[in-house]
Write a protein that binds this ligand. Structure first.
Ligand code: G16
Ligand code: MG
Length: 220
């Protein structure tokens, strides 16, 4: 295989951001401050621990480490209540068609996500078996925008970073892909993700012949 693909999970394959939002909002309610959808944008692609820090900053709240640990556990339990109700109908438009296309072309793909719940989410939507490998919050020490998650992904694909294409919806993820020396594809707002090499609003906008064109353009 000459090229490979690395997919972010939340915001690219499924929209779990809405469940993260509900779970974080419940916590903010409990702590007595307002947490909005705009606030939630700041948590996208960011690790669970870092997300709590940002949330507490928004509420101007200081907590001892033990209390933080407690809230990290309860937030995740809350989140898992939503996740365990997910099904394949929640796969974002265009995702399955894109994977089918990659299968047809013999291009392998792995997951590169910050979420420690990635394997469960992929299982819920029946996509777990399709990926060549999973790199997620359980296997990574340094969170995005550090390139580690994608560099491990390239190793799993047995490819040099330059031969990997990353699909991402978060600014931190695009930065991580660029720092890894990979081709970055921003999924979502073009202005927000202007550091990406390519931009699409969603996966349905990716042309059928995108990868063939990519290969010939790069003389691969
Ligand atoms: C996802 C979300 C983030 C979330 C992170 C950790 O990352 O975008 O909002 O904080 O995972 O999730 P968990 O609490 O499940 O470990 P990605 O990289 O898939 O977009
Ligand atoms: Mg994401």
């Amino acid at each position: 295989n000459k090229i490979g693909v690395i997919f972010d999970l939340d915001g690219v394959i499924v929209d779990t951001a809405k469940y993260h939002f509900l779970a974080w909002k419940n916590l903010a309610d409990e702590l007595g401050f307002e947490f909005t959808e705009a606030h939630n944008e700041l948590l996208k692609g960011v690790s669970r621990v870092r997300s709590l820090e940002i949330l507490l900053d928004i509420g101007n709240i200081n907590l001892p480490e033990s209390k933080k640990q407690e809230y990290l556990v309860s937030k995740n339990e809350d989140y898992l209540n939503y996740i365990t109700k997910m099904g394949p109908e929640e796969i974002l438009p265009g995702a399955e068609k894109l994977l089918d296309n990659l299968d047809k072309l013999g291009i392998k793909y792995v997951l590169g996500s910050a979420s420690k719940n990635s394997p469960l989410i992929l299982k819920q939507v029946n996509l777990l078996d399709r990926f060549e490998g999973i790199v997620d919050g359980n296997s990574v020490n340094k969170a995005k925008p550090d390139p580690e998650v994608f560099l491990i992904g390239a190793k799993k694909l047995n490819l040099k970073p330059e031969k990997c294409i990353v699909f991402e919806d978060a600014i931190a993820g695009i930065e991580a892909a660029n720092r890894a020396n990979m081709t970055s594809i921003g999924i979502g707002n073009k202005e927000t993700l202007n550091a990406a090499n390519y931009n699409f609003n969603n996966l349905t906008e990716i042309p059928e012949n995108f990868f063939e064109k990519f290969l010939s353009k790069n003389n691969i």
